[in-house]
Write a protein that binds this ligand. Sequence first.
Ligand SMILES: NC(=O)c1ccc[n+]([C@@H]2O[C@H](COP(=O)([O-])OP(=O)(O)OC[C@H]3O[C@@H](n4cnc5c(N)ncnc54)[C@H](O)[C@@H]3O)[C@@H](O)[C@H]2O)c1
Length: 270
Amino acid sequence: MGWLNEQVALVTGGTGGIGSAVVRRYVAEGAKVAVMARDATQLRQLEQELGDAVITVQGDVADYRDNQRAVAATLEAFGKLDTFVGNAAVFDYFTRLDRIAPEDFAGAFNKLFSINVQGYLLGAQAATAALRETSGSMIFTLSNSAFYAGGGGILYVTAKHALVGMIRQLAYELAPDIRVNGVAPGATNTPMKSLEGLNSRSVPLNQIPGFEAGAAQAVPLQRLAEPADHAGHYVLLASRENAGLTTANIIHSDGGWEIRSAGPSRPRSA
Ligand SMILES: NC(=O)c1ccc[n+]([C@@H]2O[C@H](COP(=O)([O-])OP(=O)(O)OC[C@H]3O[C@@H](n4cnc5c(N)ncnc54)[C@H](O)[C@@H]3O)[C@@H](O)[C@H]2O)c1
């Protein structure tokens, strides 16, 4: 018996590093899972790996109709929805405000926020009616960047901070029917991509030279996370038996950012 026997989940960005670890763990815990993501080849690979336990939907989280299609496909395949996991996001390759040309700013802001923030809200909106039916829950992937500076650039960190407010307000609006929580991973070994065109040096996150060592040095637990390190938190929050009174909560899974020591001080710029 798994913790999620006979449960049904929908995971956005479920072909990616953290998303696919959540999908695999949900299936291992007895759930059926619908996976929404952009890349058709990766979706097919996941179907081949996990068989009847999953269905896949190709779509863009920034588009409400795609979110609606994903919820409809979940209900058609599995008959209900217990947990919506909003997880799809893009990075900004640590790009600072003073490195974004003013004429490029609105485009970059709108693109990143349309995926990382609007995508979560549209998924929540599309899933609400089905989750009310089951007294289900929503779980969103945040980040250490939802609480602290320096783990991303200005757009990514601002967007992740906004999601703390989103979780609280949604938990408030949807109680007592639907629980709303988050998981905040720290640096994780995934190929998370940056917004195209934002930074010419951009490479996938885990291909940044020195990424693993730098991430390990930054936190007291001294290691870079693997995606599977976070998956148990998503199981706990989805479980009515084990987290039935938990809402508006965000579990940190980041090696201890909150208790890291201050870095060396830097001279003021002239
Ligand atoms: N990797 C890290 O260090 C790290 C740290 C903290 C938080 N996170 C968060 O974890 C989550 C997952 O990121 P990851 O590291 O697994 O990255 P990833 O690039 O491996 O996975 C991202 C997934 O989102 C999908 N996606 C991207 N844009 C989409 C769109 N518009 N519509 C539909 N799907 C889309 C991709 O297809 C992929 O499946 C994100 O919310 C990210 O901010 C990552």
